[in-house]
Design a protein around this ligand. Sequence first.
Ligand code: PLP
Length: 376
Amino acid sequence: MQFRDLKTQYAVLKDEMDKAILDVVASSAYVMGPKIKEMETAFAEYVGVKHCIACNSGTDALLLALKVWDVKPGDAVFVPSFTFFASAEVIAMQGATPVFVDVDKDTFNMDVADLERKIEQTLKRDKLTPRVIIAVDLFGLPADFKAIRKVAEKHNLFVLEDGAQGFGGRIGNQKACTFGDISTTSFFPAKPVGCYGDGGAVFTDNDEWAALLDSYHIHGKGNDRYDNVRIGMNSRLDSIQAAILMVKLKAFAAHELEYVNKVAARYTELLHDVVKTPIVPEGFYSSWAQYTLQLENKEVRSGLQNALKALDIPTAIYYPIPMHRQTAFNYLCLDENRCPVSDQLADTVISLPVHPYLSEEDQDRICEAVRQYLGK
Ligand SMILES: *Cc1c(COP(=O)(O)O)cnc(C)c1O
């Protein structure tokens, strides 16, 4: 059994995929070929935003957004402690200070009451200028952007949506990757829409920022490629990945997103009476980058992980170390107890295999094994 079955997905898409890849190979337009514009247009249309700028990774996408807003030393950027390292890493890469915010134990997303507390603390205690809130759509579920937007307006902060895991999610009819002033996603293979390597994208409605993003992702180019007007990066998406993503987006929109939601709903139906299953708030729709259970404690969790492993059922721990405890952030000299929910989740979460091609037989086997281990 695979944790995220990309082999089966390839088998399903093979004919179309092979042709898309070989067409790029034959065209020899490997970098910034016509496929890039095509892909950017398709992804912008899908989420419902004016501009999509494809780049080399979800990490670069976040970094590019911070560059556009000139986030720099002395600035504070608020980010959940319970996330993938890249969400916070980019803040430090710009020389700014990450301020870690705790998360909600039901949604795994930023706790807006704690966000307010951390902003007040930053204003009172630290000689930092609050600039940006990075809200992460963890495990596929959009963050509480209505509440986050209110706080952002009150304190005059930018909202950056880290939709690396959130692509395809919704609040009401509005799609993920449109909730930030700038939003980003990742096309790492295991994300809801993945390519066959690294890739990412930045989304915005703002024309001026879109022009800056375009410049920053190609060496700070001006009107001409050899006229460089700012210090940028080399962060282009490969044409071959753009072609792959066109095939993937089509399948995602046609059936994959719907199927993965069916798989998740079935897990909840089969498991909610024996273990804490994920909660999707009213009006929200998840793209199920992960399906994550919460166990009683670390011992029960590792017991379950071992029991499933013995049955050849893969699981994963996202994430075992919250940001405020990462060695790389030791220099911030943070209060150990600043994000208790993140600490608790790091000890108790476990993610089960979830993807659009998970068979009912495999899912039954997983659920039986979980129930049996929990003695129910
Ligand atoms: C994967 C991920 C990223 C980084 O994306 P890459 O494409 O791997 O650079 C950033 N934030 C979150 C929440 C992620 O899950």
